[in-house]
Ligand binder design. Structure first.
Ligand SMILES: Nc1ncnc2c1ncn2[C@@H]1O[C@H](COP(=O)(O)OP(=O)(O)OP(=O)(O)O)[C@@H](O)[C@H]1O
Ligand SMILES: N[C@@H](CCO)C(=O)O
Length: 321
């Protein structure tokens, strides 16, 4: 369960009383997630999600995330809406942490996405990229190429205790990516963490997106590469090219990729793989004492990188031209 910060019932009731949403009826810590502390609140007017922002969220970035959810929702992307208190504030502090309350979205995330889900995701990702075009705030991606070496240094000495040879594999990936990372690709607002657990479906239709707390300005095709990593591998570690095709084809129906983006896809996919290997590895090695959280398996991404290291073109990911 991702609850790093405990909040007493009395603190929660007092917090909810700042809003015009009725009295608090129930509150429970949410089991899913690894980054922030999340609580499902029921008040007299319905359900809300309360988030206390933890270590990876820089408080200065919160206006970007809050503003982005409002911006996207106003442009037809279904996502949580920040709720404002009686004084018009969305950003709060609670139990010593920055905090915000957002609306509850209905829908279910899929544990084992099929090609139909990958296509829905691809289409919505392209719509999200278009909808962010006129968002006025900017946020650099703190977890792109320049952010990987510091993570690598944090985890390096213990990497081989997690898997023999991991330290050397990471060093090779990083060196290869530093030599080949593409510049000048089309960019804008990206979600940067659109894993299946952050995407809701009603039946086979995508019904909403959550968790915008890694959103930033970066290459659109890097966002697609993150999704290929997160949605298109099978539990046995193989890449499912049918799912990759479904996702990239649906993306291109809304926003065709440029030739430069197509050419860059293998290196972007490898970079996305390394980004999640590194954050998972650092978290795996540093579970805070007393935190209710199940760290995610870094080696899942070591196995995915085994595929990316040998990919030579976008066709390996199902992107047909
Ligand atoms: N607005 C919302 N509506 C409905 N459920 C939500 C909402 N926001 C969060 N949740 C629920 O809380 C869980 C955790 O939320 P979230 O993914 O934002 O946490 P996180 O710690 O940032 O997770 P992650 O590990 O994906 O970064 C989600 O999987 C979902 O079940
Ligand atoms: N989606 C991330 C966790 C949240 O950042 C992962 O699966 O590693």
């Amino acid at each position: 369960m991702a609850v790093y910060t405990d909040v007493s019932d009395a603190e929660l009731s007092a917090f909810v009383a700042r809003y015009d949403i009725g009295a608090l009826l129930s509150a429970k810590g949410i089991a899913e997630g690894v980054e922030n502390s999340n609580f499902l609140l029921q008040t007299e007017s319905g359900f809300y999600i309360l988030t206390l922002y933890e270590k990876r969220v820089n408080e200065a970035d919160l206006p970007f995330f809050i503003g982005l959810m409002d911006h996207l929702a106003e442009r037809g992307i279904t996502c949580p809406r920040p709720v404002r208190d009686r004084e018009g504030r969305a950003l709060q502090r609670l139990a010593g942490r920055p905090a915000a309350m957002v609306t509850f979205l209905s829908g279910m995330s899929v544990n084992r996405p099929e090609a139909v889900h990958c296509a829905e995701l691809g289409r919505t990702l392209a719509r999200l990229h278009a909808a962010g075009a006129d968002f006025s705030l900017r946020r650099a991606n703190a977890l792109s190429l320049a952010g990987w070496r510091p993570l690598c240094e944090q985890a390096r000495d213990q990497a081989d205790s997690v898997s023999p040879g991991l330290r050397a594999r990471i060093a090779d990936d990083l060196a290869a990516l530093e030599a080949a990372w593409p510049r000048g690709l089309p960019e804008g607002v990206i979600h940067a963490d659109l894993f299946p657990n952050n995407v809701f479906f009603l039946g086979e239709r995508l019904s909403g997106l959550i968790d915008f707390y890694f959103a930033c300005n970066d290459a659109f095709a890097y966002d697609l590469a993150i999704c290929l990593n997160a949605w298109c591998f099978e539990p046995d570690g193989s890449f499912n090219i049918t799912k990759g095709h479904a996702m990239t084809h649906a993306y291109e129906e809304v926003r065709p990729l440029t030739e430069a983006e197509v050419a860059a896809l293998p290196v972007l996919a490898r970079g996305a793989g390394l980004r999640f290997l590194l954050t998972r590895l650092v978290d795996w090695l540093n579970v805070p004492p007393g935190a209710l959280v199940k760290p995610l398996d870094p080696l899942e991404y070591d196995r995915k990188l085994g595929f990316h290291r040998h990919a030579t073109s976008a066709a390996d990911y199902g992107l047909m031209r």
